[in-house]
Design a protein around this ligand. Sequence first.
Ligand code: ADP
Ligand code: MG
Length: 246
Amino acid sequence: MSTSSPELRSASSSPVLEARQLTKTYRMGAVEVAALRGVDLDLDVGELVVLLGPSGSGKSTLLNLLGGLDTPSSGRVRFHGRDLTGAGERTLDRYRRKHVGFVFQFYNLIPSLTARENVALVTEIARAPMTPEEALDMVGLGRRLDHFPAQLSGGEQQRVAIARAIAKCPELLLCDEPTGALDRNTGIVVLEAILRVNRELDTTTALITHNAVIADVADRVLHFADGRIAESRLNPIRRAPTELVW
Ligand code: ADP
Ligand code: MG
């Protein structure tokens, strides 16, 4: 079991990411959906935050705004104090490519490329500090380098997706329901890979899940409801994924 003290960490460093009064309204013709209604959030270096809440409560919208995949209707996102809101597409593009790793529920691997080649696509573009082999080794797939996605299990494919996200050593790892399509045992292996990255690379991690049990691995748990953070609590002790019962 690993323990951590988010209070100590946050006292000693400024946040990696600050969201202030974020709102997001989607417009589809005459219909408006207020997906986020004023979210404030600081993410500290190396922190692992879990986002819980019912479907439609705004979790993915927030993650997309934090990762620069979309822009807020109002409010600000700052990365190391630097305002990303209205910074222009080039700055946002550099931010996404250099500093943010995304992992989604469905792995989005390229079927015609091997595990190594899927990761290499990113390491070449981002001039990553890790080789594809190192990144795949970190998620326990050092012996599956030349397998194609169709030859890998769901959990293995998700770990390739994690390797692809972390090979550039991003400061932020944003995971949207990474275990959503996986059974318990596979989900645990995937969570362990995410936790290892978080611990060994000090990657600040935000993880969305439907599964409240998973929240026990976090430093902090945010409960979303109706476009807002309804509750935020610190976990005194992080649980290891193998201790989770679901
Ligand atoms: P969650 O991830 O918590 O399930 P989302 O952030 O995906 O919630 O969605 C929040 C709300 O915004 C929902 O009502 C959803 O239907 C709506 N929404 C999300 N993305 C879009 C979009 N691209 N266009 C229109 N509405 C959207
Ligand atoms: Mg979602």
